[in-house]
Write a protein that binds this ligand. Structure first.
Ligand SMILES: Nc1ncnc2c1ncn2[C@@H]1O[C@H](COP(=O)(O)OP(=O)(O)OP(=O)(O)O)[C@@H](O)[C@H]1O
Ligand SMILES: [Mg+2]
Length: 225
């Protein structure tokens, strides 16, 4: 595997409502395989906008995004959906688990969508991830029967189900107390150290950022360090 997992060249983005406003200004950055990188910066500086763009969900920008040295800028919506599903796992501040499905089924869903493995295999893999995260006993519960920290661990298991090239997180600990934030951090750390998992995480938590391999600091749509 090549070492560069994610790369951006001169990303610039505007919002036009209510007035024209440059939200991202010439962002050039890259993330190497196995790195645990955090993005920090004041509220409104463009972190979530950047992550949304890196995740291929927003295609309205200038510049280029490469994932695994493949240019994703300009690809069709169908191809982008495939790239997203195959290569990127997401963990957000709010877990977005589907309330009508069990924990196990929630973890399985992106795998069922990708159809790379049989359903039985996906279930087996989902249980393995839940086990790694200490959640195997909760597999048949519904999401509303879990604590906040447990929901976030399910969201991590779900993000892992397709062996993503990179996991992206937007404030994955933003809604958690100190104890659960530490737990999520430790899980991420273990994923990078023991499984060479690449992680890119937006966070407000200076302590969390300080313990990652590298901090990208943004200000007014620019990277300042
Ligand atoms: N759809 C939109 N239309 C217009 N402006 C937007 C839109 N979404 C975000 N913005 C503006 O773009 C800027 C960057 O927003 P963004 O959500 O990326 O910030 P952020 O760094 O993630 O902030 P926070 O730390 O509060 O989550 C903000 O000034 C915001 O008000
Ligand atoms: Mg944000």
């Amino acid at each position: 595997m090549s070492s560069k997992v994610l790369e951006t060249i001169g990303l610039t983005k505007y919002f036009y409502e209510p007035t024209k406003f440059k939200v991202l200004d010439n962002i050039t950055m890259s993330v190497d395989h196995g790195e645990f990188v955090s993005i920090v910066g004041k509220s409104g500086c463009g972190k979530s906008t950047l992550l949304y763009l890196l995740s291929t969900m927003d295609t309205d920008y200038e510049g280029q995004v490469l994932i695994h040295e493949e240019l994703v800028t300009g690809q069709s919506d169908i191809d982008l959906a495939r790239i997203r599903n195959e290569k990127i796992g997401f963990v957000f501040q709010f877990h977005y688990l589907l309330s009508e499905y069990t924990v196990l089924k929630n973890v399985m869903l992106p795998g069922l969508k990708l159809q790379q493995y049989s359903e039985a295999e996906i279930e087996h893999r989902a249980m393995d991830h839940l086990k790694t995260l200490g959640m195997q006993d909760q597999a048949l519960k519904m999401p509303n029967q879990l604590s906040g920290g447990q929901k976030q661990r399910v969201a991590i298991a779900r993000a892992l189900i397709n062996d993503p090239l990179i996991i992206m997180g937007d404030e994955p600990t933003g809604n958690l107390d100190k104890k659960n934030s530490d737990l999520v951090f430790d899980i991420f750390k273990e994923l990078t150290q023991e499984h060479n998992q690449t992680l890119l995480v937006v966070t407000h938590d200076a302590d969390f950022a300080g313990r990652t391999n590298r901090i990208i600091t943004m200000e007014d749509g620019k990277i300042i360090s």
